[in-house]
Ligand binder design. Structure first.
Ligand code: IPM
Ligand code: MG
Length: 373
């Protein structure tokens, strides 16, 4: 590898399915802006994923995509999950799914920042008083728990009934490493971690809590640690979300709570995420950046989806994979500027607001970047 290319962050850009390609196109424009105008050292390689390559080649994830992901330092991902058609058989989808990617690259630390943008307080379904000062991160463990636990399956019992089963499982190592990430994150923020579990019922949660407490005691006593049962956490997220700084939790609780927390940000369409793998011996870690929203097949192809979740995922890439905090802050500011000037897609529009298309929202962010830079 030549010295010029070795300093470049290799980004695989995978729009995927549903609204994924539309929103990712805007995020990619923004990333290119940083490459061109701010000399962000990135090379982009586009790759296909999902129903389109499946119909063309029989692969949900064609070999070129597998290769692009393998060589990438960072992946900018759109969405997975097409319309409920029989076009892609479940086995083909399972073999090449987003879940498989998370597992293959051990992307255990899923950061989902929840920020209530002042400009969206009116459009958000929660009261302005509830939204004041909301700025927290849900750190979701992404490679364990019931998503991957064995045994799992659907079986037919001798009496003809069918039985579906999954296993919630956490080992100490998986708990410890995500708890460590939580404490380290909190030290750079407001110094508070809330660990969410269901330790009143589930053994996996009992162990979770014990391990979080032990690590806290051994290495992170300066961080304020609290614990919450997941049902209470769901309520607190809509009752008093400003209390949270870093919330750390297992895979399925994090999945559910992050959709719930999206109401603090006004819309699911606003939420970005980063999924980080372990740090390797060169100090690098593989990372996947994607909006939290899914493929939204009902609005796919209409050009009306909100690209801000994807665009804000680029800000996370600038901060976490490129170590360019100033550029990340610039992009977040540009999004805020666009919003405070009234840029709205349908999902974040207050009554009477002019509604922008996906690409017009991309324009609004680029205009703001040009004005701010
Ligand atoms: C998410 C999504 C995924 C998940 C789906 C698409 C598998 O809901 O990232 O939150 O459940 O993890
Ligand atoms: Mg989800």
């Amino acid at each position: 590898m030549s010295s010029t290319t070795s300093n470049m962050l290799k980004v695989a850009v995978i729009g995927g399915e549903g609204i994924g390609p539309e929103v990712t196109a805007e995020a990619q424009r923004v990333l290119r802006w940083f490459a061109e105008k701010r000399a962000a050292p990135v090379t982009l390689r586009e790759a296909q994923y999902g129903v389109v390559p499946y119909l063309a080649s029989g692969h949900v994830m064609p070999p070129a995509t597998v290769e692009a992901i393998e060589e990438a330092d960072a992946i900018l991902f759109g969405a997975t999950g097409g319309p409920e058609t029989k076009e892609v058989p479940p086995e083909a989808r399972k073999a090449a799914s987003l879940l498989k990617l998370r597992q293959k690259y051990d992307l255990y630390a899923n950061l989902r920042p929840i920020v209530a943008a002042p400009a969206l307080v009116e459009a958000a379904p929660l009261k302005p008083s509830v939204l004041e000062g909301v700025d927290f991160i849900i750190l979701r463990e992404l490679t364990g728990g019931i998503y991957f636990g064995e045994p799992r399956g659907i079986e037919t019992l001798p009496d003809g009934r069918r039985r579906g089963f999954n296993t919630e499982v956490y080992t100490t190592d998986k708990i410890q490493r995500v708890a460590r990430t939580a404490f380290e994150l909190a030290r750079k923020r407001r110094g508070k971690v809330c660990s969410v579990d269901k330790a009143n019922v589930l053994e996996a949660s009992v162990l979770w809590r014990e391990e979080v407490i032990a690590l806290h005691k051994a290495e992170f006593a300066d961080v304020e640690l609290s614990h919450m049962y997941v049902d209470n956490a769901a309520m607190q997220i809509v009752r008093a979300p400003a209390q949270f700084d870093v919330m750390v939790t297992g895979n399925i609780f994090g999945d559910i709570l992050s959709d719930c927390a999206a109401m603090c940000a006004g819309s699911l369409g606003m939420l970005p995420s980063a999924s980080l793998g372990p740090v390797d011996r060169f100090g690098k870690r593989k990372a996947l950046f994607e909006p939290v929203h899914g493929s939204a097949p009902d609005i796919a192809g209409k050009g009306i989806a909100n690209p801000l979740g994807s665009i804000l995922s680029v800000a996370m890439m600038l901060r976490l994979s490129l170590d360019r905090p100033q550029d990340a802050a610039l992009l977040e500011k540009a999004v805020d500027t666009a919003l405070s000037k009234g840029a709205r897609t349908a999902d974040i529009a207050e009554k009477g607001a002019r509604i922008l298309t996906t690409s017009a929202m991309g324009d609004a962010v680029i205009d703001a970047l040009n004005a701010l830079a």
